[in-house]
Design a protein around this ligand. Structure first.
Ligand code: DC
Length: 232
């Protein structure tokens, strides 16, 4: 029987709820969810641990050490999704800390870092059945994805959501700092030279500022069904 599995690309700004939606779609379809932001975060953690960022990023040194960086995923039964491993060590919690968030856009702007991670991501999707979220999935990683979703939300809604998440993890920060970090990341992510965040021409736009989780799922699943029926 012909496989009707598709690849689903979800792109958008930071803290728009991309991962939440991607996880839920993957669960409903029994697909693999891949959080590509976690991969850029793991490389950033490597750079921090190896003192390659002292205010500025030592790009040349990071590029020369890229072959020493191995990024893999490991299924976490409790969470029902995969954790990211950096050279065999589970760093899922560490990569979400503000110290990583503050520097990740710098690392994600490096051409060689992107080349390495994009290749890995493309391999993960070559059998289809993948829901991948990031910034360049519909434009660079899977330009032929059967379904592309571009998520947006109002800035204050995003900052509040992120702030609440960090508070649950007992991270000491303020709403103002979280908002400033989001604005800075948006700026770097959309203005960088290499694979900047932009909406693919054929992406469906989902503005979730005023949508509940359930409402988002209903909309996204209707797009999934339409994309699958186009295959048949
Ligand atoms: O989705 P996130 O906030 O965890 O992503 C962390 C950073 O990584 C974000 O600033 C943009 C960058 N990123 C990217 O450039 N390309 C991707 N495919 C995913 C994330």
């Amino acid at each position: 029987m012909k496989s009707t599995k598709i690849n689903i690309a979800i792109d958008g700004y930071s803290s728009c709820g991309k991962s939440t939606l991607a996880k839920e779609i993957a669960k409903q379809l029994d697909y693999v969810f891949i959080d590509t932001g976690a991969m850029y975060r793991a490389v950033t953690l490597f750079a921090l641990e190896n003192k390659l960022i002292n205010g500025v990023l030592n790009e040349i040194e990071l590029i020369s050490r890229l072959p020493q960086i191995e990024i893999t995923f490991e299924f976490n039964k409790e969470r029902g999704t995969s954790d990211v491993l950096l050279n065999g060590k589970n760093v899922e919690t560490e990569i979400r800390q503000m110290k990583v968030s503050e520097k990740v856009s710098l690392v994600a702007a490096v051409k060689e870092v992107r080349k390495k991670l994009v290749e890995l991501q493309q391999k993960m999707g070559n059998k289809k059945g993948v829901v991948m979220d990031g910034r360049d999935i519909g434009t660079v990683v899977f330009p032929f994805a059967e379904l592309k979703i571009f998520m947006t939300a109002n800035k204050d809604v995003r900052a509040n959501r992120r702030f609440e998440e960090l508070q649950l993890k007992s991270e000491k920060t303020t709403l103002e700092l979280v908002k400033a970090n989001l604005e800075q990341r948006d700026y770097i992510d959309t203005n960088r030279k290499e694979d900047p965040l932009r909406q693919a021409e054929d992406a469906k736009v989902l503005d979730n500022s005023e949508l509940s989780r359930e409402e988002q799922i209903v909309i996204a699943m209707s797009w999934v069904e339409a994309a699958k029926s186009n295959l048949a």
